[in-house]
Design a protein around this ligand. Sequence first.
Ligand code: HPA
Length: 243
Amino acid sequence: MLAIIGGSGLNQFPELEIIAEQKVITPYGDCSAPLIIAKISSRQMVFLPRHGQGHKLPPHQINYRANLWALKEAGVTQVLAVNAVGGIHPTMEPGTFVVPHQIIDYTYGREQSYNFLLDGYINHIDFTHPYCEDMRQQLIASLLSANLPFQQQGVYACTQGPRLETAAEILRLQRDGCDLVGMTAMPEAALARELGLKYAALCLVVNWAAGLASEELSIDDIMKTLVAGMDDVKKAIFLFAKQ
Ligand code: HPA
């Protein structure tokens, strides 16, 4: 079963055929919101808004462990994460979609692991390729058939937030080889891997990263790009779920 984790701009998904709302209590506490059990293209799926209903939770206060745990408990096997991001690479201008293939984690102080033992050993998951390649290819096919502007790979820099970066920080990320910057890919992707869930991300670039545009970053402009892109995000998700 597929789960969609909605990011900024996708806190609600009224186009889904909702079957039930399910509050889940996990050993790690509450998840961001009750799970929405719904149908998409006649398949049962789960929707979870990462920032909670009404976008109350900042990236560093999201209970990622509870979220992924609740999805696993609900029978989810595949997670499609939606993230709003800043563009660093020159091809990643606002309005572009990116299907990232790599992550560099700059977060700190977040609960990074379920701390499982595997056969008595610490569970050092293989995380060479953090995103599921099959799901990535499926996303690429959906974006192609939706005729949306996209980049089929990119290195996602996950910063701590909630503030946006300084211009010098973005230059450092650029030197590190990062193409896009957001605050929510980690530890979400690693926790999904620990639980054996397939995981991929559909990222929408909503601004040039700090210092890369002539003007300062404006939350108003970011929100406008975010709102303008949401119909396309949903179109891509529907096409993805059909495959
Ligand atoms: N930086 C970090 N996270 C973001 C950005 C950004 O510029 N835009 C959207 N999410």
